[in-house]
Design a protein around this ligand. Sequence first.
Ligand code: PLP
Length: 405
Amino acid sequence: MSLTRKVQEELLERGYSRRNVARIALGAAAALPFFHEFAFAPHALAQDNPDAPARGRGMRPAYDPDAVVIGSNENPMGPTTQGLEAISKVSPLAWRYGPQGDNNLLQGLVESTEGVKPGYGVVFPGSGPALSNLMPAFTSPTRSWVMGAPGYGQGGGRGIGAKVIKVPLRKDYSHDVEAMIKADPNAGVYYICNPNNPTGTLTPRKDMEYILANKPKDAVLVIDEAYIHFSGRDNMSTDLVAKDKDVIVLRTFSKIYGMAGLRAGIVYAKPEYQAQLAKFDRGGNLSVATMACAAASLKASATVIPERVAVYQKNRALAYDQMAKLGVSYIPTVGNFFMMSVKGMTAAQVGNAMAAKKVHLAGANRWPEWPNHIRVTVGSFDEMTKFNAALAQVVKEGPPSVAKG
Ligand SMILES: Cc1ncc(COP(=O)(O)O)c(C=O)c1O
């Protein structure tokens, strides 16, 4: 689908250049190739793998069964048992183009689990593509995207000509909402990632309310809840959508439900926002397998979420204990990842040293505002045991000695 003439005119009126419009027409997701963790993965692995660039953009180096890859906030528990059963049930019917009711089942659950009206929850092939489309839909060269720093997405909207403003997090790592409003009182979007990626920290409800009370009338508060299930129901914001506030909430099945490769996400928002977003949609259906798995996951969420969170807490504690022993500092997190800092070493040095021991963390270049912190995804018990062993060695060896010359 290309942009209609009317949408192209709307973009020009909002200050985008013809060149920007041409890029947006390619598909915001294509112009902004950064909006899911996999897009970053090659950077993390390329650091120690000279083959990686030659293997093509977006591809990882060949699978190494001994490598511990804990850099993309994936969930090693994988899809739920209920989800896998649902996939095997629908798969024999996958020769049909059309879904056999799984779409309706999923749509119903998307709405009922969050108590929103029909039309308020729209499913996408991942929340990343939806996030990319939010850029042209609600921001422009004059109406900025205001976000926290370090935060998720790194302001890549500049690639389509949108204005992006990054505002440092507060000392407690919540979003500094007063400073966000001050940074641009006329923004198009105030983006709060909650819990924030990469810090794994929360921004409280009163801060969301501050933005809603102080933003321009036509601006939108986007709350990215990719990791919210790890932090507890009390922190969710979908009730604001149900109340028709100027809020868009993003969810994904990639994290708690372990479906990153199956691709499913949800945009919760009132129908007028959904219609604005739909102007930039490039299509891309969910497969029947994905829909069935997602529906089964939502159906089982009341038991699956607490079970999975408990496993995470156990595996995360393993790393916390080791870091405390080794004198490595870290930011306590409510997500499935955490930021750590090894004294006397930069993030790049830690990342390279860990990669040399086959433990791959997030790309050290992703958050330049914090050059000494590196993000670790909480993996399985076995993976965190290997992480602990590698970290002990890295701390012992210290930074690489400077070559004399
Ligand atoms: C904060 C945040 N938002 C959105 C996404 C996109 O997730 P997906 O496209 O897999 O649904 C991610 C992926 O890691 C993320 O960390």
